[in-house]
Design a protein around this ligand. Structure first.
Ligand code: ATP
Length: 420
């Protein structure tokens, strides 16, 4: 399992001579060489265990799919615990600069130390390249799941990533600035004291047309490119008319744009090459996901709803350990595992590498290397069919009364690689 295309950080960031950077064209599409330089960040906690597993599976898939005609040159960048230990900074400037230069990258989970203050590294990364859409394709590959028919789940959740209550415009209960905001609403806007009592806290929820529309366009393009049929625009628009309601209306305006006219319909049956866009209220969607998960192929929603919905959808197929994700901006993309750092099991060699590995498959699809991505899906499916997996997977099978053997993180990756 010794790969010579993985360039670890050795006192400095390596720049492999044989590799070339992916280029972002004027229209924000990618120009991908056959030897792209792709940075990876191991991540904290279980990151150093799942990252090598992902690299092994993705390298094997690329080799099987293209022999020596295509090859990724992986460059390790530092962030989080490892960066702090080696450089004294949790997010070195050089990491951000290299990520931008390389356009497409992948990372494991990064923790934000509790009580130390400072911005979350994930937020810094998200904002650095304006990754405004988070995509989580949720599908089932045969793993133990809490529902009887998980094969019915195959939905991509598009979560807006740059708007909503995550903007941290907050006024804490009883603070002086909160009283100023309150007074403005009571005295100048005619809001009643009952709605804003003196002991209330206030969180501001902004939502913009520009941010919504670019996100919706991204989701619609993805749905059309991937032959999807039904796109649900989800929000609680009946209650939050100025934000989630506006989001839902703006989405329907996007459907009218020349790029989508005739291809995105809002009633009737979608024909070949068309998608149907429908509005669904958030609570109905949460219920539908459990009762009739096959009803929608793509869910397009805001930041906060996207958080809830993607976690519920992930739970249906066995939890976040099985679900990949991508943060996408105007061409720039950062793929990442959806679970956290899991320090409780770090260093034991038992972490499930699937979320990051499937994010690697997503990265391959994003750069147009679809054959290699397909090999990964096939390898994972076969390994799970044979009930091979890390203890969380094997243990799940045993709970179902089936025989299954625990594999280490790396042995599971090897089992996947051998089954492509
Ligand atoms: P963070 O604080 O970074 O979000 P966390 O440890 O709370 O990290 P979660 O993803 O919420 O991370 O995970 C909760 C628990 O689920 C972990 O403590 C771990 O026991 C388990 N877990 C998470 N990811 C994995 C994984 N890839 N493989 C096996 N178990 C996992």
């Amino acid at each position: 399992m010794k790969w010579d295309n993985i360039f670890k950080w050795e006192g400095k960031v390596a720049l492999p001579k044989e590799g070339q950077f992916i280029k972002l064209k004027e229209d924000k599409s990618l120009e991908v060489p056959d030897n792209p330089i792709i940075p990876y960040i191991e991540g904290d906690g279980i990151g150093p265990e799942i990252a090598p597993a992902m690299l092994h599976v993705v390298n094997t898939a690329v080799e099987r799919a293209y022999a020596s005609s295509k090859r990724i040159f992986w460059v390790e960048l530092l962030a989080g615990d490892k960066a702090e230990e080696k450089t004294g900074e949790r997010m070195p400037k050089q990491t951000l600069e290299f990520l931008r230069e390389a356009v497409v990258s992948i990372k494991g989970p990064l923790g934000t130390p509790v009580g130390k203050g400072g911005k979350s590294l994930n937020a810094i990364l998200r904002q650095s390249m304006d990754f405004y859409s988070a995509i989580r394709p949720v599908y089932w590959l045969g793993q133990p799941s809490p529902i009887p028919n998980p094969g019915r789940v195959n939905v991509a959740v598009f979560r807006e990533n740059s708007d909503d209550v995550y903007m941290s415009i907050e006024y804490m209960p009883k603070a002086e600035d909160t009283q100023r905001v309150r007074r403005f609403f009571l005295e100048e806007m005619g809001v009643s004291e009952d709605a804003l009592p003196p002991d209330c806290g206030i969180t501001v929820k902004p939502m913009s047309e520009f941010k919504t529309k670019r996100h919706v366009r991204k989701a619609l393009r993805w749905a059309l490119e991937n032959g999807k049929k039904t796109v649900a625009i989800v929000g609680k628009g009946n209650i939050m008319k100025a934000t989630e309601g506006a989001f839902m209306n703006w989405a329907f305006e996007v459907a009218e744009e020349s790029e989508f006219k005739g291809r995105v319909i809002t009633k009737g049956e979608p024909l070949e090459g068309q998608v149907l866009m429908v509005k669904v209220i958030t609570d109905q969607m949460l219920m539908q996901l459990v009762l009739k998960p096959e009803a929608y192929d793509v869910i397009v929603t805001q930041n906060l709803n996207g958080d809830y919905i993607s976690d519920l959808a992930s739970a249906l197929v066995g939890g976040p350990g099985f679900v990949p994700s991508g943060n996408i901006g105007d061409g720039y993309a950062l793929f990442e595992s959806t679970h956290g750092t899991a320090y409780d099991i770090a260093g034991k060699g038992i972490a499930n590498p699937l979320s990051l590995t499937l994010s690697g498959a997503m990265l391959l699809e994003y750069i147009g290397w679809k054959e290699a991505a397909q090999l990964i899906y096939a390898g994972v499916k076969r390994a799970i069919e044979e009930r091979l997996g890390t203890p969380d997977i094997a243990g799940g099978f045993r709970k179902m009364g089936l025989h299954a053997k625990d594999l280490s993180t790396m042995d599971f990756a090897q089992a996947i690689a051998e089954r492509m």
